[in-house]
Ligand binder design. Sequence first.
Ligand code: FES
Length: 84
Amino acid sequence: MDKPDVTITVCMGSSCFSRGNNLNVEIIKRFVDEYKLSASVEVVGCLCDGHCKDGPNIRINDELIQGVLPAMVRDLLEHKLQRG
Ligand code: FES
């Protein structure tokens, strides 16, 4: 399979997970299914990389996005995945 165009990395460390990424990861997966993006968007988890203070954190490719609340995830994805 070709490499996906976009990799979304969701921090599954305990701080990010309990502050919103437990929900965010489900919302992101649902979004990818809903818009049939699975060929171009990959969703993966990662361990804590030390940015807990301003979490919950996700990365879209190499861009670190912090303070990602479940209420804003869909808007964020719509905005970020639309480009390019
Ligand atoms: S738990 Fe996510 S950066 Fe530490």
